[in-house]
Design a protein around this ligand. Sequence first.
Ligand code: ADP
Ligand code: MG
Length: 803
Amino acid sequence: MPAARPGRELPLQRGRFCSGKRGSLPAQRPFPVIQKVVASMAHLQEEKLRLQEELLALQEKLAARESEELAVNVQLRGQVENLKVNLREQAQELSRLRSEMGGTDAEKHRDLLVAENERLRQEVKARDGELRELRRLQAACWDCTHLQENAGLQERLCQLQREAEEARAKLSELELEVQQKTNRLAEVELRLKDSLAERAQEEERLSRRLRDSQETIASLRAQPQHVKYIIKTVEVESAKAKQALCESQSRNQYLQEQVGMQRQVLKEMEQQLQSSQKTAAQLRAQIAMYESELERAHGQMLEEMQAMEDEKNRAIEEAFSRAQVEMKAVHENLAGVRTNLLTLQPALRTLTHDYNSLKRQVRDFPLLLQETLRSARAEIGQAIEEVNSTNRELLRKYRRELQLRKKCHNELVRLKGNIRVFGRVRPITKEDGEGPEAASAVTFDADDDAVLHLLHKGKQVSFELDKVFPPQASQEEVFQEVQALVTSCIDGYNVCIFAYGQTGAGKTYTMEGTSANPGINQRALQLLFSEVRSKAADWDYAISVSVAEIYNEALRDLLGKEPQEKLEIKLCPDGSGQLYVPGLTEFSVQSVEDINKVFEFGHHNRVTECTNLNEHSSRSHALLIVTVRGLDRSTGLRTTGKLNLVDLAGSERVGRSGAEGSRLREAQYINRSLSALGDVIYALRSRQGHVPFRNSKLTYLLQDSLSGDSKTLMMVQVSPAEKNSSETLCSLKFAERVRSVELGPVSRKAELTSWPSQEHLEGDVPGSSSRSHASPSPGLPSGRATSIRRKLQTSGKLRPVPV
Ligand code: ADP
Ligand code: MG
């Protein structure tokens, strides 16, 4: 250990030096030597444990031996009898034993042990000193990076020391025990000596007495009777002496036994002492071994620490040189910064100034903000007020505009005529056959789409309507002319669209169309849906439909559960004068799919009610009644408009062909109802006080939709085929008459006259009467259309002449 002392100075100094630069040390690395030391310590620890276990085993063995000795003791007691025989020999042996072993040997052993103990104590002291030195060293470099390893090692060392201490304590205990046993041995020897002396004295005394007695006996034997007596007495006394001798002998025997026992004990103690000495020697050897291990570990640790110190110093030096370089750079930077600082100072001054002014602004900001907010609030309030007033103004204007629009619309419709008459000529079809009969008898005016010419019986008759659709006109084109009427229904007007014409002229085609090319019915509903959707922001609308049929003046509900049931038209009981049909089914529809379902249902009911649909449908009026109810959410205004789409029965003159029975009856009903419709329209257009609505079921049912500011469109369907020219002529005449009524002021004032019946229409042949509105000049050039119109209008201004 002293060899390690000079090396300790360096780590101490370096440790101190490095303590301030700890941060610049290289990264910690493992210490293999210390690890080795730790491992050897652990090994030593294990060794120590093993030794402790051995010690325990020895102690156990000792205990076992003691018990064995006890047994031997008992055996020895048996042998005591033999020992009694030769007391002297035993005494001699005892003395011999005393001289051989005696207290002197035990004392020698004790002294040896004491000396050993003293030596051990000295060693422990020395170790303590070293430990203190180590601790001091550790404390000196407590903040170096080896702290943790050192702490671990110290802990190990402490543990080892504690264990050495324990071993020492055990040793001193053993020593104490040896001492005690030595003392006890000395005591026993003393007692033995005393008892031997006592016995010798007694023997001496008894043998003296025996000699005396024998002498006395011998002297007395020589004497007479008296002497004999005395001899006897002496003899008696001699017996007593013998008894005493016996007692002494037994006592001697007892003492012999005691001596034997003591010898045994002595032997045992000697054995124990030997074993203790052996253990102590072993422990000492172990301690020496530990110490050498410790020393080696310490040496390794110092070496490791030395190496680490070197490394640390190297790192410190490197760091130092690096730091110097950095310092130089920093100095340079500092110089640059200083110069920058000089230039920055004016900027700083301006910044400070700015900062102060900003601070002032920030201080004033809440006030400013409040002020601004107040003014902004006032402005916003004012703006809101202005917007409100503007809104009010706009709303007012909007309502006025609405009114105006309605007025304008009404005016427009009025100008166009509340009752308008369109003509549509269907194309020639296969059914028309071939040859001259199937040739087209209708021609059109290229410059005027309101005029058409009919070649009838070699003469061309011209007719002017509101609009004429040639065969090539598509459903779409037709509907475009109609859609204004349809949309007016949304505004709350009642609208009637009639398809008039002979069977096969295209009425159903125009109204219903085909699924690929739908007619007015479906297009009207589609338009209504889209219009309603576009107005959804302001208006709530509900659209419902009814499908009915009038056959032989009987009204049937085609959507009802019992389509064959005849319905009645009644006056509303609320006294409003309105009509209604109790039991007429009304389906609410919201999409095209709904309409299709309704049509399908109506069609199905119509089919099941008749044997021949074509015939039946041509002899009945089919009605699709669409009701549009609206609510203007902003104004609360409610509107109800009705759109009546009527596919009329065929207008052909069946009655004239000599029909009889039910066929005739059907023809009469049809004729009457179509005449009644003509009458009503005529009365309406000529603004007559009385309108004969009640003359037929059809007009009675449509009373609401024909009167007032309702709008009516008569779509007159004609066949262009030569063979149908008579019927075409009738239809066109009907159309022209309907239309012409309104055109002249006279007609307005005209009194109610009877509408020409279907039967009479035929008689009104072109050119046959000056009362006809048709142009009497066949083959009139188209360029003259305008003059014809003028002429027609002039003739229209004259009174309409009932045929
Ligand atoms: P109505 O209902 O007047 O008796 P329809 O509508 O049944 O007559 O028409 C008779 C035939 O003529 C049908 O086959 C129909 O498809 C056809 N038709 C009518 N008008 C047109 C048209 N504008 N374009 C093509 N075909 C038409
Ligand atoms: Mg039809």
